[in-house]
Design a protein around this ligand. Structure first.
Ligand SMILES: NC(=O)c1ccc[n+]([C@@H]2O[C@H](COP(=O)([O-])OP(=O)(O)OC[C@H]3O[C@@H](n4cnc5c(N)ncnc54)[C@H](OP(=O)(O)O)[C@@H]3O)[C@@H](O)[C@H]2O)c1
Length: 438
């Protein structure tokens, strides 16, 4: 049996404590599988006295995670603190520079500094593994980085935020408003006290940026993503979508277009019969479309202590099994120095179908005027229906729902500007993109 692998863990919260418990409970099995023992020799968190539900008294305590990262007591540094700067960044950088392998679940850190950190790891010949950073327990990083090598990826899309999917699922299932669903999600611990990062799509954007780099061999561009959250999705939208045979999901989508790479996060209509429409509650799912495979869909728990720790343990076991002296594969599937510059496709050029919901004055000629604005912009309609608005009080209004055939975003925006300019709309038009999904 080879020498034991010595591990230091910084961050003993939801994920860190779960990792400790798995290493305690499954130590024998892991030793057999990896051909060596995995021992936690050092730990760090803020509060040394807090009960974490697991005994780590045999490990050396470090107040400073950076000191732990550089310690001679460890071969692998596991970062489970979180945050794109501060101690997490400093400790990961210090560990890599001192030649330690790193495992992290930190999407924010990788979305911002992933390429920089990958360069250090590759120069030092160590591994930087991050399976848990995207879609928790779902092995999507390994799928893109290793299993699909040789495939040409055309599109990656998915549900990557459990909080948003939980809210949209309950709105659809139970007809509860966005605000009430969010309050419940907070009570159940699915949503943070400040949920902005989740519901406005930033969390999904971080994960998408990492997947884009792996899928298309480009530099990570987390700040260059079209972003729209779910806070303006109303029950009226959910109901209209349902009647038309669609479900609304917050999707992160990355695809190759002629003008560059389109990265976008926004509420999306998907056909009710598609597999992704059946992904409910806090579950995550990632679809990968390639020339050799068609569409591959991976679905499962995207968060939670045990599920996320499962991915961390898998990454750790890869390090334990790796042979000393063998060159490790590149962190993002392509050597960091060879990642292509990211070229962003213009969102106005985005092509697809659109759902549009308009609240308009109940006057003669409005319906025809809307249809004309659409025709003037070469938009062909799959359906157009009107009905009395539910909450029209002072003045009679109507709701008009349109579904377009494939068109460009620029054309839809221009048509909607025209309708508003004509003075027909009483509220801001709602526009939701429709995504083709298998
Ligand atoms: N939770 C999930 O379901 C999930 C899923 C996927 C990815 N992740 C990622 O996993 C990472 C950890 O998430 P988590 O949910 O486990 O977070 P958490 O429960 O808030 O735990 C964070 C840990 O970091 C420690 N910490 C904070 N500042 C520190 C510092 N300056 N020095 C040393 N330790 C420090 C905290 O110490 P104290 O306990 O003493 O305060 C705590 O143990 C994040 O990057 C997150 O994005 C989490």
């Amino acid at each position: 049996m080879s020498e034991a692998l010595r591990v230091g863990i910084a961050g003993l919260g939801t994920v860190g404590a779960s990792v400790l418990k798995i290493l305690r409970d499954k130590g024998e099995m892991l030793t057999r599988q990896c051909g060596k023992q995995i021992i936690v020799t050092a730990v760090s968190a803020r509060d040394a006295k807090r009960d974490r539900g697991v005994d780590f008294s045999a490990a050396t305590w470090f107040d400073d995670p950076v000191e732990l990262a550089k310690s001679n007591e460890i071969d692998v540094f596991i970062e489970l603190i979180g945050g794109d700067e501060g101690p997490a960044r400093a400790a990961v950088e210090a560990a890599l520079k001192s030649g330690r392998h790193v495992v992290t679940a930190n999407k924010a850190l990788l979305a911002k500094h992933g390429v920089y950190l990958a360069k250090i790891a590759e120069e030092k010949g160590v591994l930087l593994n991050f399976e848990a950073a995207v879609a928790g327990g779902i092995p999507v990083i390994k799928a893109l980085r290793e299993s699909l090598t040789g495939n040409t990826v055309s599109r990656v899309y998915g549900i990557m935020n459990g909080t948003c999917n939980y809210i949209l699922t309950r709105m659809w299932d139970e007809g509860i408003s966005f605000e009430d669903c969010l309050a419940d999600a907070q009570c159940l611990g699915y949503a943070e006290a400040d949920p902005t990062f989740d519901i406005e799509g930033n969390d999904t954007a971080h994960k998408l940026a990492i997947l884009t780099s792996l899928a298309f061999g480009t530099q990570i561009a987390a700040d260059d993503i079209y972003l729209e959250g779910i806070s303006n999705i109303s029950l009226a939208d959910i109901k209209a979508a349902d009647e038309l045979g669609y479900r609304i999901k917050l999707l992160g989508v990355a695809l190759k277009t002629e003008s560059g790479i389109e990265q976008r996060v926004h509420p999306t209509m998907v056909p009710v019969e598609s597999v992704i429409a059946q992904v409910h509650g806090v579950t995550n799912a990632v679809a990968i479309e390639t020339d050799l495979l068609g569409e591959l869909l991976l679905s499962g728990p995207g968060a939670g202590g045990a599920a996320t720790a499962s991915a961390v343990i898998g990454d750790l076991a890869d390090i334990a099994k790796s042979r000393p002296g063998f060159q490790h594969g590149p962190v993002f599937g392509t050597p960091a120095k060879a990642l292509a510059p990211y070229k962003r496709a213009k969102m106005r050029a985005h092509e697809g179908g659109y759902f549009i919901r308009l609240t308009v004055h109940d006057r003669a000629g409005v319906f025809a005027a809307i249809a004309k604005r659409m025709a003037d912009n070469d938009i062909s309609l799959e359906s157009i229906v009107q009905r009395q608005s539910a909450n029209s009080q002072a003045e009679a209004t109507k709701t008009v729902i349109l579904v377009t055939h494939e068109t460009t975003e620029a054309a839809v925006k221009k048509a909607l500007e025209g309708i508003v300019k004509d003075g027909h709309a009483t509220d801001k038009p709602q526009m939701i993109r429709i995504e083709r999904a298998g």
